[in-house]
Write a new protein. Structure first.
Length: 256
């Protein structure tokens, strides 16, 4: 089966993931890889699997993804990260959805994998809406957030049942690096917007309690506890860095 879908993937040094990702979307009419000057075999591996590969400077997550969307030649776009895998069940759902053409976009659940195992209670539970990943090219685009960008849609949004598998943190080293990367971007985003209430320690402890107790992360074992501790630490970093940036820019003081 071949669906009228362009799959857009942004990359930088993803040689360990890109083949798995591309093979999981070989049912799509087109795959587009937008690469930010990888110094490994990412581009070569992607091209060998039939992807259209673009190499360009890094303008940010949203800018890179919107470039890929504009390059798409099919009416439907599926956004997938390089460390994600589309399940066969989801592929079948997508093929049906683009033929029926009921909605302008669709949300997909994306369970997070940490060191090889899925995280459950505190992550994206089944009641959560998921992320918009499948959309018509003429009806949607990514917003301009520095991090955690979302798709803005002109029209109705449906839901797909099968998930995308996200193997985002295979090792502690990967997790540690991403904590610091995302905290810095989140701090810049917060510093340019309205101040968030609360000291960095309060916000970190609040997040720890919310994920461990309210979202029942305590029930998910040591891997979940490590993950949740990292999320609380990321909140601590982001809150403190945002306060520092605000002080340096002379805007309203926010306690860190």
């Amino acid at each position: 089966m071949t669906a009228p879908v362009s799959v857009v993937i942004i990359t930088q040094n993803e040689e360990t993931n890109i083949e798995r990702c591309l093979k999981s979307v070989d049912w799509a009419a087109e795959t587009i890889v937008v690469d930010a000057h990888s110094d490994d075999q990412t581009r070569d591996k992607a091209a060998a699997l039939g992807a259209r590969v673009f190499e360009r400077d890094w303008p940010g997550y949203a800018g890179q993804k919107n470039f890929g969307v504009r390059a798409a030649t099919n009416p439907w776009v599926l956004n997938v990260d390089a460390d994600e895998q589309v399940t066969p069940e989801l592929a079948a759902e997508i093929c049906d959805a683009v033929v029926q053409d009921v909605h302008r976009a669709y949300r997909v659940l994306i369970p997070t994998y940490f060191m090889g195992r899925p995280l459950k209670h505190y992550g994206r539970a089944p009641r959560d809406p998921g992320h918009i990943r499948l959309f018509r090219k003429d009806s949607a685009h990514f917003d301009n957030r520095l991090v955690h960008e979302v798709v803005e849609v002109d029209g109705s949004v449906g839901w797909l049942k099968a998930p995308i598998l996200h193997f985002c943190y295979p090792t502690m080293g990967t997790y540690w690096r991403k904590i610091h990367r995302y905290a810095g971007l989140e701090a810049q985003e917060r510093a340019s917007g309205s101040p968030r209430w609360g000291y960095r320690w309060f916000r970190a402890l609040e997040k720890l309690g919310w994920m461990l107790v309210w979202r029942r992360g305590l029930l998910d074992g040591p891997a979940a506890w490590i993950w949740i501790g990292g999320q609380a630490y990321e909140e601590w970093l982001a809150t403190g860095e945002a306060a520092r940036l605000r002080r340096e820019s002379g805007t309203k003081r926010v306690p860190a």
